[in-house]
Design a binder for this molecule. Structure first.
Ligand SMILES: Cc1cc2nc3c(=O)[nH]c(=O)nc-3n(C[C@H](O)[C@H](O)[C@H](O)COP(=O)(O)OP(=O)(O)OC[C@H]3O[C@@H](n4cnc5c(N)ncnc54)[C@H](O)[C@@H]3O)c2cc1C
Length: 404
């Protein structure tokens, strides 16, 4: 029987009553509609890289879209605002980094900074993935989705997606307040993504949008570089922080075929070299990568709450959910300055701990259960709140547990 532990990057979570992998568009819609019409809990899963599921059985249906095709519908790149724009469509089940590699090879600019983010194209628009100065929102033209409430397919233009920091209208449909699920559409949004159409610029170069990346490339922020060079630098910077998934997961039966073989081989080889394993060790597992990535959102605070933070806490201009001006601070800074350093564990024997490379990643360092990860998350939340009066909100979708 398949379990969430088999399907998620953090490797925890209970058995799944029914796991379906539809191979057609109508098959995806039918699987979702069948579960909804029977009132069964439904989880549409992609790469399982933003999911933390409880240890008990999931008495519902888990649907994983097995369609992974990428197509380029434009016969010739149309000129829009003086730039050559190429539209690329990817089915929801397509591995995100397979998609990025494809666009870079095709000479397109727009998502190279998002190299190495685990997961699928379908989920990329749910939380508007972002890294190194890019967000997927900047490259999306439209999203084809199944509306579970009105029971119809629709095309949602990027302008109507409600994109914000790690936010979209899809994610909004899942919550009534931060980390508080909305009963009807949780843990999967009202709109199930079927495919995404991207509008990318025809250009072999891209903009270096982030200081750390510029440093790794030896250039200045806003300089232009080959997109392939940006992609390689992003992958290296991410690897050094454990912010790539463990490529060895694709050798497990439950994940086989979900990422292109050639890209799995490249990722395994890079992982082997990073961990300095001998050539006779073909598969090296990396516990620092058994995570959900950044576990907590960077808090966006009203100005008066931000004023109460220590002088040296990072502060960036941001927008509060009600549209007014706020201040974004760094969850990693708060965690570290509250005394939770890299490698922290609730107790030394616990199989769950903060990554040894990044204080913001909660990791499964062996045979952790979801309850071990939850205990670690609570310890960090309570400690940060006691130190700074800020309650951190988890970034992953937390199913069957309360991590408020
Ligand atoms: C090591 C690591 C590094 C990471 N780095 C980053 C980063 O730099 N930036 C960033 O933004 N995120 C990052 N993440 C988080 C994660 O990779 C993204 O959120 C990713 O988009 C999740 O994709 P997924 O397919 O794995 O989604 P899942 O974890 O499978 O699902 C997440 C949510 O999306 C929903 N969903 C999945 N597919 C669909 C669909 N077709 N239609 C509707 N809803 C759907 C699920 O129901 C669930 O609610 C990182 C994660 C890890 C493990």
């Amino acid at each position: 029987m398949t379990s969430f532990a088999d399907l998620t990057t953090i490797g925890v979570g209970g058995h799944i009553a029914r796991f379906i992998e539809p191979t057609s568009r109508v098959g995806v819609i039918e699987a979702v509609e069948d579960a909804d019409s029977k009132g069964l809990p439904l989880c549409v899963i992609g790469g399982g890289s933003n999911l933390l599921v409880a240890d008990g059985p999931f008495n519902g249906v888990v649907v994983r879209d097995a369609r992974r095709q990428i197509t380029v519908p434009d016969e010739a790149a149309p000129v829009e605002n003086g730039e050559r724009i190429v539209h690329v469509n990817a089915e929801a089940g397509c591995n995100w980094d397979d998609f990025v590699a494809f666009t870079v090879e095709l000479g397109l600019e727009g998502v190279e900074g998002l190299s190495g983010i685990p997961g699928t194209v379908g989920a990329s628009v749910v939380q508007n993935i972002g890294a190194y100065g890019q967000e997927v929102a900047g490259a999306v033209e439209s999203v084809e989705a199944w509306d579970r409430r009105d029971k119809r397919t629709l095309n949602i233009a990027a302008a109507d997606m409600g994109f914000g920091y790690r936010m979209s209208a899809l994610k909004t449909s899942m919550y009534q307040a931060p980390a508080v699920p909305a009963g009807e559409f949780f843990p999967t949004p009202r709109y199930v993504v079927l495919s995404v159409t991207f509008a990318l610029r025809h250009s072999a170069t891209g903009t270096v949008g982030y200081g750390q990346l510029a440093k790794a490339l030896g250039v200045e922020v806003c300089d232009r570089m080959e997109t392939a060079a940006i992609r390689n630098a992003v992958l290296k910077v991410r690897a050094a922080k454990g912010m790539l998934e463990d490529a060895a997961r694709y050798l497990q039966p439950a994940m086989a075929g979900t990422k292109r073989d050639v890209n799995v081989r490249i990722a395994l080889e890079a992982q082997r070299r990073q961990l300095a394993a001998g050539a006779d060790t073909p598969v090296v597992r990396d516990p620092d990568r058994h995570s959900c990535g950044s576990f907590f959102m960077n808090p966006v605070l009203p100005a008066d709450a931000a004023d109460r933070l220590p002088q040296d806490a990072p502060r960036f201009p941001a927008t509060l959910p009600d549209g007014t001006a706020g201040v974004k601070t760094s969850a990693a800074w708060l965690i570290d300055h509250a005394g939770f350093h890299k490698g922290f564990k609730v107790d030394e024997s616990s199989p769950a701990g903060l990554s040894t490379l990044h204080a913001l990643a909660l990791t499964n360092r062996g045979d952790a259960a979801a309850s071990d990860i939850a205990a670690l998350a609570h310890a960090v939340q309570d400690g940060v709140e006691a130190a700074f009066g800020v309650r951190l909100v988890p970034e992953p979708v937390v199913v069957g547990m309360d991590l408020r």
